[in-house]
Write a protein that binds this ligand. Sequence first.
Ligand code: DAH
Length: 339
Amino acid sequence: MKDRLQEIKEKAFARISSAEGLDALNDVRVSVLGKKGELTAILKGMKDVSPEDRPKVGQWVNDTRAMIEEQLAAAKDRLEAAKLELQLANETIDVTLPGSRPKTGHRHPNTIALEEVEKIFIGMGYEVVEGPEIEYDYYNFEALNIPANHPAKDEQDTFFIDDDILLRTQTSPVQVRQMERGKLPIRMIAPGRVFRADEVDATHSPSFHQIEGMVIDKHITFADLKGTLEEFAKKLFGEDTKVKFRPHHFPFTEPSAEVDVSCFKCGGKGCRFCKGEGWIEILGCGQIHPRVLKMSGIDPEEYSGFAFGVGLERIALLKYEIDDMRLLYENDVRFLEQF
Ligand code: DAH
């Protein structure tokens, strides 16, 4: 009997020490100590052992069981530790690997240009105001001294909603709304979206943005307008920028002018950027027409003012040397991420 127990023990030890995993170890336990296990079979056969030998044999069986259990427990600890170690090795994070950069959004060139313009005028004491994109004919045309049948009405290819209501073709109606508030003096810029029934090409879009400017106070002269816009151009395009006022016509200003800035690429010598001109047109402006003041309840004998209108896209295209306006609306990430 003793030999049989010794044999079971040695076989179990050998299997335990060569078990390669927790499952294999469990198989050993079941085949030795389980219900149908080798040692269990011996315990079951105790009834055949003579009563005087029983305590002794019982003791041997129990000792053998205890030794096998001890070996099983030790092997289990060892295998579990190895398993954990392997897992830790496989799951380590290499902190030296370059991280993947999260994609962040970019500000649109229009937004950057607008913020720059706003900063310049806020610095000169202007207020930034807004007006509606859907406007009355009165504000968009009539009150700006553009009566029915005036050619300017056709020139601007208006989207009409009905006889009285339209999509504003310019930000100039915000001038009227601001004058009607009756709070003087006024120093405002009004950025916003405008609409014209234009075909899309490199320089046209049915929807684009303007920034309107207006100052009304006592004794405002054309010299104030010139000084203001010269300062604006220098701040926007650089201190060396020169400005040129060319006589022009707008119904709501008298006198009116278009403003050119010296080409900031070639300094005025003429290059591809300014199409050899040396000058680049940037805006329209003028002294507010007395009729326009009067229609909005301001006495032109007491007050005078100037106004100007700039195309925002025009500024963004010039500043960032973009040669096709469509790029500003397509929202191609490869374009936008350059800003
Ligand atoms: N509203 C004009 C346009 O869309 C631009 C303009 C010209 C605005 C002269 C003004 C101005 O305020 O004084 O073409």
